[in-house]
Design a binder for this molecule. Structure first.
Ligand code: AHM
Ligand code: MG
Length: 335
């Protein structure tokens, strides 16, 4: 008998993100490993960001940089650090042709990508979603979306502007009470927790399913007067029918809670943001893929999010996603 084995218990988790991805690769004989290499860049950069977030108060990286991003929003120092970490890690993978992020006006073409590669990738991300919550120690996160590079056009923007159903992977990392990576490559949702003692994301749930119903909604209700009437009617219905309300104001934290506990997340059109506030390509689409893969639903108003043809890199959309029964309930008010 091997004495080491006898000391391990069932609760000793030894499946890391890396070993999970390699075992998935083994199941697909045509896999080249390029995709695994991209996810390892996301894994490495988000571990780096997680460390910065946890040490922000100690290392003086809290607070505003004094600059604005392309959306005229104040940039936090950590927004920029997170953006640079992701870009630097992804650029070093020669199967990444283009990266696009919330913090950069134009997509970045990676000059040294392998031109002989027949199926290079485009990676889009929001490096630090909810960063205005950073000073308050609320959960914030990184959201990412991976597409195959569409090389029919020389214009990189066109490769970025693909509908969400073409995503080959999507996910997010939440820097909360623990650092959790949730991802899908189109066959279910996997959840990994960063084990700080060994520096690896460890698999904790291989087929995450969102509860089909839960009487809970997540919306910035202070804007109710400027929501379209149909959303107001849904909220009045919820008030009278025993719903609870939870809103952090950080999409990653609000959606993660809904993935785990059920309910519905809403960011409707408002007078200030008539198209909605959240960004289609690196917020709504990756979250929609995760939620659908977990058995939930995701819409921009009455249209399925993943079917929307993007027209702009930083396009905003309204967001409605969550448990299938709860999304249906909201839709019944919108139709
Ligand atoms: P950000 O990407 O600049 O951090 O903004 C997006 C955030 C989301 O995380 C969150 O759902 C939303 O903005 C909150 O907006 P509001 O403060 O209007 O409720
Ligand atoms: Mg964001």
């Amino acid at each position: 008998m091997n004495p080491v084995e006898t000391l391990l218990t069932e609760s000793d988790n030894l499946t890391s993100l890396q070993s999970y991805l390699l075992s998935e690769e083994d199941k697909h004989p045509d896999a080249t490993g390029r995709f695994t290499w991209i996810l390892s860049a996301i894994s490495l950069s988000t571990k780096f960001i997680s460390d910065k977030v946890r040490r922000a108060r100690l290392q003086d990286v809290l607070g505003s940089l004094g600059s604005q991003n392309v959306h005229d929003e104040s940039q936090q120092k950590l927004d920029v650090i997170a953006d640079e970490a992701l870009i630097r890690c992804l650029r070093s993978r020669n199967s990444v042709a283009i990266v696009a992020s919330e913090e950069n006006e134009e997509p970045i073409i990676v000059e040294n990508y392998n031109q002989g590669d027949q199926r290079p990738y485009v990676v889009l991300f929001d490096p630090l979603d909810g960063s205005s919550n950073l000073d308050t120690c609320c959960g914030i996160g990184t959201i990412f979306s991976v597409l195959e590079h569409d090389r029919r056009s020389n214009n990189p923007k066109e490769s970025v502007l693909q509908p969400g159903y073409r995503q080959v992977a999507a996910g997010y990392v939440i820097y909360g009470s623990s650092t959790v990576l949730v991802m899908t490559t189109g066959s279910g949702v996997q959840m990994f927790v960063l084990d700080p003692s060994i520096g690896a994301y460890m698999l904790v749930n291989e087929n995450v399913q969102i509860p089909t119903a839960h009487k809970s909604y997540s919306v910035n209700e202070a804007y109710i007067e400027s929501f379209p009437k149909s959303y107001q009617n849904y909220l009045h219905y919820a008030h009278k029918n025993g719903y609870s309300s939870r809103y952090v104001g950080s999409m990653v934290a609000d959606v993660h809670r809904i993935l785990v506990k059920g309910g519905v997340f809403l960011y409707p059109p408002t007078e200030k943001a008539p198209e909605g506030k959240l960004r289609l390509l690196y917020e709504a689409n990756p979250m929609a893929m995760i939620i659908e893969q977990a058995g939930g639903k995701a819409y921009t108003g009455t249209q399925r999010t993943l079917e929307l043809q993007p027209t702009e890199v930083h396009q905003r959309v309204s967001v409605l996603l969550g448990s299938s029964d709860e999304v249906d309930k909201v839709l019944s008010f919108l139709e």
